[in-house]
Design a protein around this ligand. Structure first.
Ligand code: HEM
Length: 264
């Protein structure tokens, strides 16, 4: 069984008497040639929104931790006189807790790091086992050839309609893969590399990353990359149709517009 909009249960495979009943995830025709399609299974929706919550707490408690020493360095130790990057003090409303408190911020950060990792593992296991990773996110050769065209269409704020809209477009696929397979693992590895217990268990990790200060800087850069992704992701959700996209990530159902006005 597939986990998204394709009517995947052949009528003739069902017991007699059920033949006339459409599969509960089959396409639902709407007025004006629009089609309501099944797009996001419940596991994807739950893990997505829990991830949004966990990442919000992680970023806000991370800012609080950064504010305890708002400078970044490369290498093994801090060269106090010559930081690679320094930050102004963040306002209280941008931090968890909403005051400078390194101890409490670390408590929040580590609690939500575990929630984030476990939730991420559930999501990754689900998309791998169900075949969603391959089906929805792996770019095909045709997709890769379409990259320049897709960039132009995005720049013109034109998004696919008709059958094309059932699938993620190539830029969406590549961005999700970059986030899931590069940025998130990098954030996790650089975070773990700063844990003393991890240093004792796997000292090579810190060595590979170039020392504690490099790990801290790379942790900041991967987290910033994720925040950058979220900004673009949310902007695209708005421009590609806020209500329809949000409805799909809340209920699972997504409306596909007919292709007819594409010719203009
Ligand atoms: C916090 C970090 C976030 C991450 C890492 C993230 C990641 C993702 C990923 C990987 C998908 C594809 C899921 C799949 O098909 O299996 C997705 C879809 C989606 N996300 Fe997010 N997301 C984040 C935040 C948000 C926020 C804040 C919003 C809305 C305000 C949002 C709205 C959506 C919607 C509507 C979709 C469905 C898009 C579609 O069906 O074409 N996301 N997100």
């Amino acid at each position: 069984m597939t986990d998204h909009g394709v009517a995947d249960t052949a009528d003739d495979e069902r017991p007699k008497g059920e033949a006339a009943r459409p599969h509960r995830h089959a396409d639902r025709p709407l007025a004006g040639g629009r089609i309501d399609t099944w797009r996001h299974p419940v596991t994807v929706r739950l893990t997505h929104w829990l991830n949004v919550f966990a990442m919000t707490i992680l970023v806000m408690s991370g800012i609080n931790i950064l504010m305890a020493h708002p400078h970044l360095y490369w290498g093994i130790r801090s060269t106090f006189a010559d930081p690679w990057m320094s930050f102004p003090m963040a306002p209280d409303w941008l931090m968890v807790p909403m005051r400078r408190d390194l101890g409490a911020a670390r408590g929040w950060h580590f609690l939500f790091a575990w929630i984030f990792v476990l939730n991420g593992l559930v999501y990754l296991a689900f998309i791998t086992i169900s075949g969603r990773l391959q089906r929805m996110m792996e770019p095909t050769r045709a997709d890769l050839a379409d990259i320049p065209h897709s960039i132009v269409e995005h720049a013109r704020l034109k998004f696919p309609k008709g059958e094309e809209a059932r699938r993620y477009n190539v830029l969406q696929k590549l961005t999700y893969l970059l986030v899931l397979l590069v940025l998130l693992p990098m954030m996790l590895a650089t975070g773990l590399a700063m844990s003393p217990m991890m240093n004792a268990a796997l000292p090579e990790l810190l060595w590979i990353l170039g020392g504690r200060q490099s790990a801290r800087t790379l942790h900041f850069l991967s987290a910033s990359g994720l925040v950058g992704f979220v900004v673009v992701h949310v902007v695209l959700v708005f421009v590609a149709g806020f209500t329809n996209n949000m409805r799909s990530m809340i209920t699972g159902w997504f409306v596909i517009e007919p292709e007819k006005d594409d010719a203009e």
